[in-house]
Design a protein around this ligand. Structure first.
Ligand SMILES: Nc1ncnc2c1ncn2[C@@H]1O[C@H](COP(=O)(O)OP(=O)(O)OP(=O)(O)O)[C@@H](O)[C@H]1O
Length: 292
């Protein structure tokens, strides 16, 4: 695959945690390419290293975790490739939100309870370089008070962003406690793509939502990829979500990728015994059959 086709190219990634009884390897030599425009799923049971891999490639890994080897090259469309693992904090801040967006596990609970939704959008957008003339003017990191004109443009823009995930403009005036879990998750997704990142990494984006709402969120993510062309890496232990949303799926077990393939191939003809086990563990058989 030519380098530019992979938005994110992870090579030989090794991540360990330092513990009192010695180092524990959580990510054990992972190679994974996320192709431009695709939704790549990462499957595997709890504890297999999915979140550790995501936080490492986002430069968000905190001690006692540390990267023991490898590279994670982010190939932006209009800029030189960067190895995220080599970036300093300032470089990472510039990349995050504008180029590389992240929905951590449980992120819907990270909304500020005492701020209206519109102010939370404004904060993210202004902190990361949004301006009313040029929706992305490259001045990442500069935070200032919006002037009147900017506030007006922001208001319209937030309404449009909310509409992209099927939410009414009135949601902008609300506080998080006025929203259901599903609405909060959709707000968080709309915020994550507000600056039109090239890559969105979403960790368990539907976990803790009821099944009907899960479907709405899955549809939102699929629509955003189709309309905005955001490449996505979606991490979830839920094989039903992979069946409904992703193009290709990578299966992770004990820190290693044991299989990567199209959803159809992995679900219909799993090559690895662990993948077979995962598929057989889907409780709702209709999900397996409905998908194809
Ligand atoms: N702070 C830590 N100290 C030591 N070991 C850790 C630490 N955090 C994670 N680990 C270990 O690293 C491994 C991978 O954990 P990780 O959270 O990445 O898995 P996961 O697949 O994302 O699971 P989950 O979805 O439950 O978060 C696990 O064995 C876990 O016990």
């Amino acid at each position: 695959m030519p380098e530019s086709e992979a938005v994110l190219d992870i090579r030989d990634l090794i991540v360990r945690y330092r513990t009192v009884t010695g180092d524990v390897t959580a990510v054990d030599g992972v190679n994974l390419q996320v192709k431009r425009g695709e939704i790549l799923g990462v499957a595997g049971q709890s504890g297999c290293g999915k979140s550790t891999m995501a936080t490492a490639v986002l430069g968000l890994l905190r001690p006692p975790g540390f990267v023991a080897g490898g590279a994670a090259t982010f190939n932006r469309r209009d800029a030189a490739p960067v190895d995220v693992l080599d970036e300093n904090d300032a470089g990472l801040r510039r990349l995050r939100w504008r180029d590389l967006a992240y929905l951590p596990q449980g992120s819907m609970n990270s909304l500020n309870p005492i701020m209206r939704i519109r102010d939370q959008f404004a904060d993210v957008m202004l902190q990361h370089g949004w301006s009313s003339n040029d929706e992305a003017n490259g001045s990442g990191g500069i935070r200032r008070r919006p002037n009147r004109h900017e506030r007006e443009v922001l208001r319209e823009h937030v309404a449009q962003l909310l509409a992209e995930v099927g939410l009414d403009a009135s949601v902008a005036e609300m506080y998080p406690h006025e929203l259901s879990g599903g609405m909060k998750q959709r707000v968080i997704i709309a915020m994550a793509v507000a600056l039109r990142p090239e890559l969105l990494i979403a960790d368990e984006p539907t976990t803790a939502l009821d099944v009907m709402i899960q479907r709405v969120v899955i549809q939102n993510l699929a629509d955003l990829r189709d309309r905005l062309g955001v490449t996505m890496l979606v991490i979830t232990h839920d094989m039903g979500v992979h069946a409904q949303l992703v193009d290709r799926v990578a299966v992770m077990n004990a820190g290693q990728i044991v299989e990567v393939g199209s959803v159809e191939q992995v679900f219909k003809r799993p090559a690895d015994p662990y993948t077979k086990e995962l598929i057989n563990s889907i409780p709702d058989l209709t999900v397996r059959e409905e998908a194809f």
